[in-house]
Structures are given as structure tokens and as C-alpha cells.
Design a protein around this ligand. Sequence first.
Ligand code: GTP
Ligand code: MG
Length: 193
Amino acid sequence: MKVNQAEIVISAVSKAQYPGDQFPEIALAGRSNVGKSSFINRMIQRKNLARTSSKPGKTQTLNFYMINESFFFVDVPGYGYAKVSKKEREAWGRMVEEYFKTRDTLKATVLLIDFRHPPTEDDLIMYDFLKHFELPVVVIATKLDKINKTKRQKHLKVIEEALEIEPEDVIIPFSAETGEGKEQAWNKLKEFL
Ligand code: GTP
Ligand code: MG
């Protein structure tokens, strides 16, 4: 996919602020710091359009990025960061649930999982939540560059088994650092656009 246009349209915290246009949309979900914003940047070859940080909790709002004047990537705040209060966690839950439950133009969700580790309990809950709403999920196992080639197959199997991935969903190993997996990810996402 050649990306020749990418810009942030709005940072939303509630439904009233979502863009009104009827473009297809792909959301990014995953633990804080797993690499959601980095995934967007690598896919569109823009170093810093989606703000990234080595500290978890950088993305706090639903950020809608218009791509090629034809679809949106929606960067969703991450979960599973220990240092948030109960109140903040509840606010996150309301914002994310409202989005996934009501957004008609949402075509698929990219669920990012850290390639290095088995999925966390929160990852499993998120996957089941998305499947509950019958949303197609593309699992991106990211930070692939941090694992030695000889160990990759084993890591992939652990993730597959823990998620009990449904036959219609795929897991794509990916690195925002090196760009590995980018073409495969685009080929899959294009099916929904
Ligand atoms: P929140 O917005 O806090 O939910 O985090 P996020 O999921 O958007 O993560 P972000 O993209 O900000 O990345 C977090 C950190 O991981 C940054 O330091 C990135 O440089 C790093 N990172 C992301 N993807 C990769 C990758 O594929 N490989 C390596 N080595 N580092 C990565
Ligand atoms: Mg982010």
C-alpha cells in the first residue's frame, strides 16, 4: 500500500466527537507500551505522526488518523498499565466500550501482542471482548526484532495457543523497528478496506 496522505483528524473521548464521514475504520488495541502508535507510524512510513513514548500510557484519547483520504486508523489508549487509578481505569473502560460497541464503520481491529511474552490476562480478555462483538481481529505480534530467529516459531505457537485463535483470524509477526511483516499486515488489512 502506498500511503501518500496521513493526518490526525481528531482526538476524541466520546461518541459525539467521532468523525461523521462514512470511511472504513481500523482500530488498534493492545497493552500500554506494546507498540500501537509505532505500528501506525511504520505502516504509513511516518516517523512521528502517532506520538510514541518509552513510558506506557502515552495515548490517552481515541486518535483518528485519516489515511489516503479513504480510511481511518484509530489509535486506542492501551490497557494493563499498573500505575492508573481505579477511576482512570473505569473511564478508559467506558470510552473503549462505547467505541467498540457502537462504531458502525469499524471494519477490523488490530490487536497488538508482545512477541516476546505469552499474552497477558488482559490480552485474552480483549481478544474475547472483540470476538464477543463479532469483530474481525488481526493479531500483530510485535517487537519481533527482539527475538532470535531460531526461537520465533516457538513464541508464535505460545501466542496462538494462549489466545485460542479463531480460524478466521490471523497472527502476523511484526517489527516496527525493522519493518518486517509490514507487507503481510497491509495485505490482510486491505481485505477490510
Ligand atoms: P501507549 O500509547 O502508552 O498505549 O503505548 P503504545 O502501544 O502506543 O506504544 P508505542 O508505540 O508508544 O511504543 C512503546 C515503546 O516500544 C517505544 O519505546 C517504541 O519505540 C517501542 N517499540 C514499539 N514497537 C517496537 C518494535 O517493533 N521493536 C522494538 N524494538 N521496539 C518497539
Ligand atoms: Mg500510543
